[in-house]
Design a protein around this ligand. Structure first.
Ligand code: CTP
Length: 401
């Protein structure tokens, strides 16, 4: 999934020939999972039709403060539009629009939106080469950058005038990847690696049977998605689970048994900055795995179980600068048990969920957690969706690292 997924993008189109490319731009944003609303300057409508843009964006498109021709004439509230947006992009930004933006002119809907917006604004200039080189254009661009807006530079090539030089609007796919990279570079977990264990483990008895547990991996996968959305490289060591990840910056390492999970975690531990162990690892495994299916007999069957290695404790024992987070699923003496696990496994934080709380634990879409840190500070949360819980967990981690 693109980092633009779920983002609300306000696209302002001004009147240059490059406006014809904005249909592809809107399509690209929508494909990336963003929600797009479009405002045009009146001149932009000569180059690209509102119908094309509203169809592609699946949202009404506006170019005036009210729609004169509409039977249900309505004021197009520029403030609402601007405040709705997570980011604004002005593309193409003509010399005229750049100059007006730089000077605070507000004589069309696009400019009023720009002035009202509190979000990050990108602008992609497009004009003939002499206009692009003109001192006043350069001054407008510099002023806009000084105001905190982000320039997506024009490129060189053949221009609509037939001249060859700088002034072409960046290609739609390049604009999209420019914005994606820019967002990624500002995310709090950029350049960090987060190692996560998730799901149950299966401990084989024979080729067809195993000892397992009811964990589905939901919490671990939600945590992996959250880490990825914050810009981290994520390594997700997952036991058997039907959950799916939503981001391309998540590398999944599928395992079955506690021993395999142990191996994989140790393989990546040195690369990790943060480790979050959500897996419900089996505490015992059969002493031997029968090579052939065990046949039914009338007599009772004994299976000898040996303890598995405690993965989290093993990395707690060797940790250097890694921030270690464990989970504790408890049924009684919850707080005490969780605190003692935190100490025993040398953790920086432990997430307690109690099976006494309705809606917490395995296979539910919700969870109710209590976060305990190294100083034994306790933070209790309400019952929430596992996606919301993952956000709370990272909010706490980001305060500590
Ligand atoms: N854990 C682990 N390896 C194990 C067992 C547990 O990495 N073999 C991790 C879990 O992923 C979790 C934490 O340790 O983050 C606590 O797991 P939990 O099952 O609650 O505790 P246990 O240490 O197994 O103790 P008990 O089952 O007695 O409560």
């Amino acid at each position: 999934m693109s980092i633009l997924s779920g983002k609300k993008i306000l696209l302002g189109i001004s009147g240059g020939i490059a406006a014809y490319k904005t249909a592809i731009l809107v399509r690209g944003f929508v494909k990336a999972g963003a929600e797009v609303k479009v405002v045009l300057t009146p001149a932009a409508k000569d180059f690209v039709t509102p119908l094309t843009l509203s169809t592609l964006s699946k949202n009404p498109v506006h170019s005036t403060f009210f729609d004169k021709e509409s039977e249900n004439e309505m004021w197009n509230n520029h403030v609402d539009l601007a405040l709705w947006a997570d980011l604004m992009l002005v593309a193409p930004a003509t010399a005229n629009t750049l100059s007006k933006m730089a000077n605070g002119t507000s004589d069309n809907l696009l400019l009023a939106c720009y002035l009202s917006a509190k979000c990050k604004t990108y602008f992609a200039p497009a004009m003939d080469l002499d206009m692009y080189q003109h001192t006043s254009t350069k001054k407008s661009i510099k002023t806009l950058q000084d105001y905190g807006n982000i320039l997506i530079p024009a490129t060189s090539g053949e221009l609509a005038s037939g001249l060859i030089g700088e002034g072409r609007m960046a290609e739609p796919e390049d604009i999209i990847s420019f914005i994606e990279k820019d967002i990624l570079a500002t995310l709090p977990l950029k350049n960090k690696t987060v190692l996560i264990t998730a799901g149950p483990t299966y401990e084989a008895i024979d080729p067809v049977r195993f000892i397992g547990n009811r964990s589905t991996g939901k919490m671990g996968y939600a945590i992996a998605n959250r880490a990825a959305s914050l810009g981290a490289r994520v390594i997700l060591v997952s036991g058997p689970s039907n959950e799916k990840v939503a981001y391309t910056n998540i590398e999944i390492r599928k395992v079955e048994s506690a021993d395999e999970m142990y191996q994989e975690v140790h393989k990546y531990f040195n690369e990790a900055d943060i480790v979050i162990a959500t897996a419900a690892v089996a505490d015992y495994k059969p002493a031997t795995i029968a090579t052939k299916k065990i046949k039914k007999k009338d007599a009772s069957l004994q299976i000898e179980l040996l303890p598995t290695k405690d993965i989290l404790a093993s990395i707690g024992a060797i940790k250097k600068s890694q921030f270690l987070v464990g989970f504790a699923l408890e049924t009684n003496n919850e707080l005490e048990n969780a605190k003692s696990k935190l100490k025993r496994k040398n953790l920086d934080m432990i997430i307690l969920n109690s099976l006494q709380d309705k809606g917490a634990g395995f296979a539910t879409a919700t969870n109710k957690i209590t976060i305990i840190d190294k100083k034994e500070q306790v933070l209790e949360f309400k019952l929430k969706s596992k996606i919301e819980v993952a956000k709370d967990i990272f909010d706490s981690i980001l305060h500590k690292i």
